[in-house]
Design a protein around this ligand. Sequence first.
Ligand SMILES: NC(=O)c1ccc[n+]([C@@H]2O[C@H](COP(=O)([O-])OP(=O)(O)OC[C@H]3O[C@@H](n4cnc5c(N)ncnc54)[C@H](O)[C@@H]3O)[C@@H](O)[C@H]2O)c1
Length: 267
Amino acid sequence: MLKIGIVGCGAIGSFITKKVVDGTIKNAKISAIYDRNSDKAEKLSKMNKAKICSSVDELVKEDLDLVVEAASIRAVEEVAEKSLKNKKDVLIMSVGALADKNLFLKLQNLAKSVGRKIYLPSGAIGGLDAVKAMRLGKIEEVILKTTKPVNALEDALKNLGYNTEDIKEPVVVFEGDVFKAIKEFPANINVSVTLSIAAEFPAKVMIVADPKAKLNRHEVIVKSSIGKLKVCVENVPFEENPKTSALAAYSAVRLIRDLAESVKVGT
Ligand SMILES: NC(=O)c1ccc[n+]([C@@H]2O[C@H](COP(=O)([O-])OP(=O)(O)OC[C@H]3O[C@@H](n4cnc5c(N)ncnc54)[C@H](O)[C@@H]3O)[C@@H](O)[C@H]2O)c1
């Protein structure tokens, strides 16, 4: 029985819980949950019998095999470090935090030293299996072109000084490297960091705000000595949180479910 702790009881944390409860993730249980917003934790606890913890410190001391971070970029360092130090594997959803190379290396070394794993789900994009294989050749260019409905980008656009009501046509709201992309769009472009980690090569990112779009569209282009990859996914946004694509939550569910599978498909 895989014992799971969840930090962040929002759209993704709740979805993973639902999929444990309905048996999609077999032989697992949600043992402990924590959210800084206690109402969210209370609501989620109605779905199962998980213990509600009042801090990350309390949660990581529980009898758990895996801690899922589904909270925010700011939560990653504390959740991952404390989970690993308490000999728990950790699944990180807010992968954008790992654009900070020092944090990435610190967590990677810590995981090695305690013999635990850090899992980064492929999130809302496709093609990481091929990108990882291509990495064994020479990567020449990595590009992510993302188009989202304006409401999915709203918080970041407001911070950047856009009046979102004035956006009547598709507008390129960002063009630059992965490091700047995740700083300016911290809740929207985690996948650019996942892609860059898989390729071990910094992605060039373009973000388009499209007032007519209904779906979150991610186009991944990777050029390498082994070949060229072009993958496009058009994702349904989560009703509870339009910034998040349903596929991102499904990818986490699939990753957890696969931990127990005896046949591994894909790289
Ligand atoms: N890797 C990917 O492809 C991908 C895709 C979508 C979302 N995400 C990221 O996953 C995370 C969760 O997404 P979501 O859609 O479930 O978000 P959400 O806003 O629906 O839920 C986040 C929950 O975490 C809680 N929270 C925030 N900071 C916290 C902290 N420091 N400690 C404890 N609880 C905290 C919030 O109160 C909220 O209930 C976000 O960081 C999001 O950007 C990643």
